[in-house]
Design a protein around this ligand. Structure first.
Ligand code: SF4
Length: 887
């Protein structure tokens, strides 16, 4: 493997590894040997901005919890031994059971080069198409919708459209939290140009804050809403007849179906759950705004009818010719940093490579290009099907790369059980322990962000470089290197002789342009001749890129990729009614929180990002909370037919009665029972195979809490058997845990048993009459502190947490340890609201009491909200509630 020397004294331009916005990041070396990050002002996606997650990237670079060496079982082995074992395991399985007995499960976190090599090995050389990716859970319905409408998986627009639109419609997209930098561009357009924002979401979210119209739609009501819009556009003379005639097919059929589906206004109101006047207000806005961008995201994709929803949206843009021109078009906001790159190489089981399908011509072409002996004959199993096949024993060997299916897939308990029955489970990972890697026979340490080179593609088709600025941690290696080494050991030396990421990128670019005379949308053939130095210096660029410059927008003048060059209107199928099951009366919606990413393996390492949401939670409307015997701040047991979770209860009037919401980030590593995937059912969209993760029927009941409190520990603790409910979060110097007990705590045995996990002298204070129990383990430093109160807990961990980061304890600190109160009156700032600048709720409340009663005044006084702006909706909500309280 060739590796270029690492820079030592200059900033390195790279790309954020989290969401699909794809922000440019400057990694800046400090004199102290530490790196810090800043937004890259030259990157077109973010123009120097970063959100709270991106701003905290430097805090995730520590060696803590990294997987540092290849392991077979729990035994460290050499790379040669590990790679031989993987190659032998896959070769033997194929020999014995055939190529369809093995599979790869990949990730939108991988770089395009990693993805390319994995796809080539499986689909060209092993001869199976069982390669799928966690992007199946994220945007597969958009891919299917694009292909049905455009004949290709093409995003027509670019981010500048969000600056230039007069109306931005967000559908199923909490962009304020999930695409924060892009959302700030939308908000700037609203502020500076007067653009309107319509937010279509069953929940009132942070995105609602800057919306002109909030449509709190019924789950899966979107198809009906956009079918109704198509009818409205036709009936009010807003169609672009020339565009429809010249560049599309199927309009009449789609309009007739929409008329039938829409029915009366009463039926539209019933199907969408929206008041008639709100529907009409939205339709008028859409009809009267030429420059409209409709952004859609997981709320559209993660549905049993996700592909139909995508097409219902696209139909309205095709009907008005509002596509591919400045400030207009349907726009899929991808969730992951490289979901698009995975689509480009063929990382989905129903794609071959370079946006090609499994037709005979494409198979022949790809086979000749790769000189591949064994091109897969047809589509492979999509994610949910793949894990069903593992469950049934049809797939015997699986290689999971950079993802955690034991947490994130629907029916996650069943997935976990199925993984444990594989003959061979290989996991390539950054982290030492995940729910999935716990089950692996072989663990391979993969290079993390900052240690590897390659490219990612963001939501606007922009390819950006991720660049290496750190040496690999331990024995870690780039994923492409690991896969290539296995390919060579399986007997395919010539096809996997890549020396560096640039070699792979050139081959990927050449394949995209191979025998491509414009008939395939994905073509970056112009980049196939980059030298290593040019690849190293590659500036962000949008595809298609057939010769030199990239392409901002497509389809303004037709040029779709169906054989006749025309787009297709697609009539959505009739909706399938969701029957209410009396045993499971609530509808569970799932999603993200502002400051965490996926299963928290990286963002969970930042103490700054933790406080905004310390625990897995259930948001519920107050009426349902009362009806189901829950209490604000209590703990709920949630059950679906497939599994269970135990979550902290939060009242949220933005969640409609009959619905609940829970975030996806907690795992078996950081919570007692926070894996939301274990609740989610296995229903998938018929076109895309994407799971309907936002609509699972559940029931809830209270967990009776007898005692609760917190633990702070320098070491990661094993809390199995120590509490009915616990959740772990990062603090400076170690870990914090919230714990709750559903039976009286036997402190006299509980604390000594816990204290044995730390080294030092144990001290205790208990007041059984008051139900107060406090203990600490102290050496030179604080090793562990536990505060438990019978009944509801009231001590604040934030007074104790700084002691864990201290190198030594003063006498006053030792007093604080058991009192829970700081002797020097260090203020408890409360839960963090502004993660970028560490401003807490109590600080904000104090500043408001002192007369700083606007967002601007709080920014001046505390700097809160002045970096990425993601907390501004929360600040605004606080101002409103404090104002109400004062009134
Ligand atoms: Fe990263 Fe935030 Fe930019 Fe997304 S918006 S790419 S998470 S900095």
């Amino acid at each position: 493997m060739q590796a270029l020397p690492l820079p030592s004294s200059r900033p390195v331009k790279t790309t954020c590894p989290y969401c699909g916005v794809g922000c440019g990041v400057l990694a800046i070396p400090g004199d102290d040997g530490q790196w810090r990050v800043a937004g890259d002002p030259d990157h077109p996606a973010n123009l120097g901005k970063l959100c709270s997650k991106g701003s905290a990237l430097a805090e995730t670079l520590s060696p803590d919890d990294r997987l540092l060496h290849p392991l077979i079982g729990n035994r460290p082995v050499s790379w040669d031994a590990a790679l031989d074992a993987v190659a032998r395991g896959f070769s033997d399985t194929v020999k014995r059971y055939g190529p369809d007995s093995v599979a790869f499960y990949l990730s939108g976190q991988l770089l395009t080069e990693d993805y390319y090599v994995a796809n080539k090995l499986m689909k060209g050389f092993i001869g199976s198409a069982h390669v799928d990716t966690n992007s199946r859970l994220c945007m597969a319905s958009t891919v299917a919708g694009h292909k049905r409408a455009f004949g290709s998986d093409t995003v027509p627009g670019c981010y500048e459209d969000l600056d230039q639109a007069d109306l931005i419609v967000l559908v199923g997209s909490n962009a304020a939290w999930c695409h924060p930098v892009l959302y700030q561009r939308m908000v700037a357009n609203r502020r500076d140009r007067g653009a309107r924002i319509v937010n279509i979401d069953p929940r009132v979210t942070a995105t609602t804050d800057q919306s002109d119209l909030q449509l709190s739609i019924a789950p899966d009501g979107d198809t009906a809403l956009f079918e109704g819009l198509l009818v409205y556009l036709a009936d009010t003379g807003k169609l672009d007849a020339e565009f429809i005639a010249r560049h599309t097919e199927g309009f009449d059929a789609a309009l007739n179906a929409a008329r039938r589906g829409r029915g009366s206004l009463t039926s539209l109101v019933r199907r969408t759950g929206l008041p008639a006047e709100q529907i009409e207000a939205f339709y008028r806005l859409f009809a009267d705004s030429e420059r409209v961008v409709t952004c859609f995201s997981q709320g559209v994709n993660q549905s049993g009818a996700g592909t139909d929803k995508v097409n219902a949206i696209i139909n309205c843009h095709l009907a008005t010719g509002r596509i591919g021109r400045p400030g207009m078009g349907p726009f899929s906001l991808t969730g992951q940093p490289n979901a698009m790159g995975g689509r480009e190489v063929g990382g989905l089981a129903n794609q071959l490579a370079a946006h090609m399908r499994f037709d005979a011509k494409s198979r022949d072409m790809v086979g000749r290009f790769w000189n591949a002996p064994n091109v897969a004959a047809g589509e492979g199993l999509k994610a949910v099907e793949m894990f069903d096949a593992i469950d049934k024993g049809r797939i015997k060997a699986l290689w999971v790369m950079a993802t955690n299916p034991a947490v994130s897939l629907p029916r996650a308990d069943r997935v976990r059980d199925a993984l444990s029955r594989l003959d061979l489970l290989v996991v390539s990972e950054n982290m030492a322990v995940t729910d999935t890697s716990r089950l692996a026979h072989i663990r391979l340490p993969a290079s993390a962000w900052g240690e590897k080179d390659g490219t990612v593609t963001n939501s606007e088709r922009r390819i950006s470089r991720q660049r290496r600025f750190l040496p690999p941690m331990g024995d870690a290696r780039p994923d492409w290197w690991i896969i290539s080494q296995v390919g060579r050991r399986m007997g395919f030396e010539d096809a996997f002789g890549f020396q560096n990421a640039a070699d792979i990128f050139r081959e990927h670019a050449a394949l995209s342009g191979f025998e491509n005379a414009g008939g395939r949308d994905f073509d970056i053939g112009g980049l196939a001749v980059l030298s290593n130095a040019e690849y190293e210096g590659l500036a962000p660029v949008q595809w298609p890129l057939r010769r030199q410059a990239g392409t901002e927008r497509l389809f303004a003048d037709g040029g779709f990729f169906h054989p006749d060059g025309k787009a297709r209107f697609v009539a959505p199928a009739a909706p399938v009614a969701d029957g209410i099951d009396a045993g499971y009366p609530l509808m569970l919606n799932t999603g993200r929180v502002r400051d965490q990413w996926h299963t928290m393996t990286r963002t969970g390492k930042s103490a700054r990002l933790a406080p905004n949401a310390l625990e897995p939670f259930l948001d519920i409307h107050p009426l349902d909370m009362d009806a189901h015997g829950l209490t604000e701040g209590g703990v709920a047991k949630v059950r679906s037919p497939d599994g269970g979770a135990t979550l902290r209860v939060r009242t949220n009037e933005g969640v409609a009665p009959g619905n609940v919401f829970a975030p996806i980030h907690w795992t078996g590593v950081n919570a007692s029972a926070g894996r939301i995937g274990s609740l989610v059912h296995g229903v998938t969209d018929p076109w895309s195979g994407q799971p309907a993760s936002k609509m699972t029927r559940v029931r809830v009941e209270p967990l009776r809490i007898r005692a609760e409190g917190f633990i702070l520990s320098r070491m990661d603790l094993d809390l199995a058997g120590f509490a009915a409910y616990w959740a772990r979060f990062k603090v400076d110097g170690g870990w914090g845990y919230v714990v709750a007990h559903d039976r009286p705590i036997a402190w006299a045995s509980w604390f000594p048993s816990l204290a044995r996990q730390a080294e030092g002298d144990a001290v205790e204070y208990t007041d059984p009459a008051a139900g107060i129990h406090r203990g600490a383990v102290v050496g030179e430093r604080l090793e562990l502190a536990a505060f438990i109160t019978e009944g509801r807990h009231d001590a604040s961990w934030s007074a104790i947490a700084p002691l864990l980061a201290a190198d030594a304890l003063s006498t006053a600190d030792r007093l604080t340890l058991l009192s829970g109160r700081t002797a020097d009156a260090r203020p408890d700032n409360g839960p963090v609201v502004c993660a970028c600048l560490g401003v807490g709720r109590l600080q904000i409340e104090a500043a408001v009491r002192d007369g700083h009663t606007s967002i601007e005044a709080l920014g001046v006084e505390l700097k809160a909200g002045t970096n990425c702006g993601s907390c501004v909706p929360e600040l605004r909500a606080m101002l409103r509630s404090l104002d109400v309280a004062a009134t």
